[in-house]
Design a protein around this ligand. Structure first.
Ligand SMILES: Nc1ncnc2c1ncn2[C@@H]1O[C@H](COP(=O)(O)OP(=O)(O)OP(=O)(O)O)[C@@H](O)[C@H]1O
Ligand SMILES: [Mg+2]
Length: 235
């Protein structure tokens, strides 16, 4: 479904991604783990069209989308929940969500139905639909960011560190929602520092170090991998 090959990208003269290969199949839940600065966010931003790669290709459903503009990428069905959430702070929860549906014409036509679905997924947001986004807790803001991406009815949902800064209970709620999204048939590419939980959730996972994939396998295999245990699961 989503295929990244030999991807190289960076910021000006600073190269961050060095020939990166990664795939997400239809309906698959894939986790990408790696230390701070490995280039995980840069990868998502490059797939989303926010950074133009210097080399390599990105294909979606067999068609090359490398170098397309962000609006075109979302319209194709690839949604990105950014690390910083980037809500519209002075708008209500519901207005933030409705804006997500504008990203794809087909999604806008079904916005009312999708809204019901995302409120079922995040009942906490349903209770707060008229609350101003800036006044939500961090966990609630993360829920809005995910729900807004879902409003575009994506085929691939890319989520950048949703557990960051959340209490354990909120992390559970967000991960449970991602599992449900995945079970509904949406492919998920999850970036996480919460290694143990994301490897349990994912069917397959990649380990990224210094802009390269150094290890890949099923979530279960990576949980047992000596390198993963040593570098990411030692507390
Ligand atoms: N806008 C930018 N300009 C210059 N360098 C950048 C920029 N954004 C990121 N970098 C650099 O690119 C490298 C990879 O950063 P990136 O944010 O992709 O890492 P990450 O794996 O997401 O890390 P984290 O887990 O801390 O979020 C880092 O060395 C970072 O300093
Ligand atoms: Mg990051």
């Amino acid at each position: 479904m989503l295929e990244v090959r030999g991807l190289e990208a960076g910021y000006g003269k600073v190269q961050v991604l060095w020939g990166l290969d990664l795939q997400v199949a239809d309906g698959e839940f894939v986790a990408l783990i790696g230390a701070n600065g490995a280039g995980k966010t840069t990868l998502l931003r490059t797939i989303s069209g926010l950074i133009r790669p210097t080399s390599g290709t990105i294909r979606f459903r067999g068609a090359e989308i490398t170098g397309r503009r962000p609006a075109e990428i979302v319209a194709q069905g690839i949604a990105h929940v950014p690390e910083a959430r980037e809500l519209f702070p002075l708008m209500t929860v519901q207005d933030n969500l409705e804006l997500g549906a504008f990203a794809r014409p087909a999604a806008w036509a079904r916005a009312a139905q999708t809204l019901t679905e995302v409120y079922r997924l995040f009942p906490r947001l349903s209770d707060r639909r008229l609350q101003i986004a800036a006044t939500l807790s961090g966990g609630e803001q993360q829920m809005v960011a995910i729900a807004r991406a879902l409003m575009s009815r994506p085929e691939v949902l890319m989520v950048d560190e949703p557990s960051h800064g959340l209490s354990p209970l909120m992390v559970q709620a967000v991960f449970a929602a991602l599992r449900e999204v995945s079970q509904s048939g949406v492919s998920v590419l999850l970036i996480e520092q919460n290694v143990r939980q994301s490897l349990r959730l994912a069917g397959r996972a990649y380990v990224m170090e210094n802009g390269r994939i150094v290890l890949q396998g099923t979530g279960r295999d990576l949980l047992e991998s000596p390198h993963v245990k040593e570098a990411y699961l030692r507390l």
